[in-house]
Design a protein around this ligand. Structure first.
Ligand SMILES: [Zn+2]
Length: 281
């Protein structure tokens, strides 16, 4: 039987704190920015969303030894709360679907695992996965990403905690919402089994020489055959390749845009869109 593991993370970051240039220089030369997990909260539910178990653990940060004062204010976690030692993997068990409110949590989890255990095969731990926020927004008809509290209030859900920004409490609220909108059939469409479906939007530094040329070949938007490339450009900021090509058998020009993304494993994913264009002489 498949269990649902709903989890939430709190992480330490000095992203917007002045005077932390030293940490930046020392640790973030390559990564630019690192969100170090300091708390994990998780609730294990069975396939009818009945409670099985929960845990909450603080994790001692090793990159930034001190916690950002803003994070202390937000989470109530103090330096002395943090300690080592919890086997998250063992606790997860065998058959489970990881769930979190917003996929940022799974990206941060991935980055932390990769940082501390570079050789670890994360896909076996992080998948399958459900972004409950996405499911919730679509089921309830929101056209934007909403916060836990917004949904709790709007849907008159009786919240099982009044705390916020503590990993286990945020997890409880996520479970409250999940139970309210849970549909065994519908939820199946939201289960992600493929790493290519979760893009890592953080810390993207893609240069043109990293791109696989064989993935950048021009194809005709009408017949689909490879066609003659007239122009290729790469937009560093938007991480997008633009290709203009001409197909002599169809006699048309195709504008192709290939968005370059990174999946959870750090591999590049090429998302291509083609459209036929008329060119004025
Ligand atoms: Zn063609």
């Amino acid at each position: 039987m498949m269990n649902y593991i709903v989890f939430d993370l709190e992480w330490n970051s000095f992203k917007n704190i002045k005077g932390q240039v030293y940490y930046y220089k020392k640790f973030n030369e390559k990564t630019k920015f690192f969100d170090e997990i300091i708390e994990i909260g998780a609730i294990k539910l069975n396939d009818r969303l009945e409670y099985i178990d929960s845990f909450r653990v603080y994790i001692k940060p090793t990159i930034y030894k001190k916690i950002n004062p803003r994070i202390i204010e937000l989470t109530g976690i103090a330096d002395e709360d943090l300690k080592y030692g919890f086997d998250f993997k063992k606790w997860l068990g065998k058959d489970y679907i990881l769930c979190s409110w917003c996929d940022t949590d799974i990206k941060v989890l991935k980055r932390n695992i990769k940082y501390y255990n570079p050789k670890y095969k994360i896909e076996s731990l992080l998948l399958p996965y459900i972004d409950i926020q996405k499911y919730c927004c679509e089921v309830l008809g929101y056209d934007r990403r909403v916060s836990l509290h917004e949904v709790i209030n709007a849907e008159n859900i009786v919240a099982s905690t009044d705390k916020l920004h503590q990993a286990l409490d945020d997890t409880k609220l996520t479970v409250d919402i999940f139970r309210k909108i849970f549909d065994k059939e519908k939820i199946r469409n939201y289960i992600i089994n493929d790493v290519d479906c979760i893009y890592d939007s953080m810390n993207l530094n893609i240069t043109v020489d990293m791109l696989d040329r064989t993935r950048l070949r021009a194809r005709c938007a009408s017949c689909g055959k490879y066609s003659k490339r007239l122009k290729l450009s790469f937009d560093n900021k938007k991480r997008r390749v633009s290709i203009l090509s001409y197909c002599s058998s169809c006699g048309i020009y195709t504008k192709q845009r290939i968005k370059i993304k990174k999946n959870l494993l750090g591999d590049l994913v090429y998302v291509s869109r083609k459209k036929i264009v008329e060119l004025s002489r």
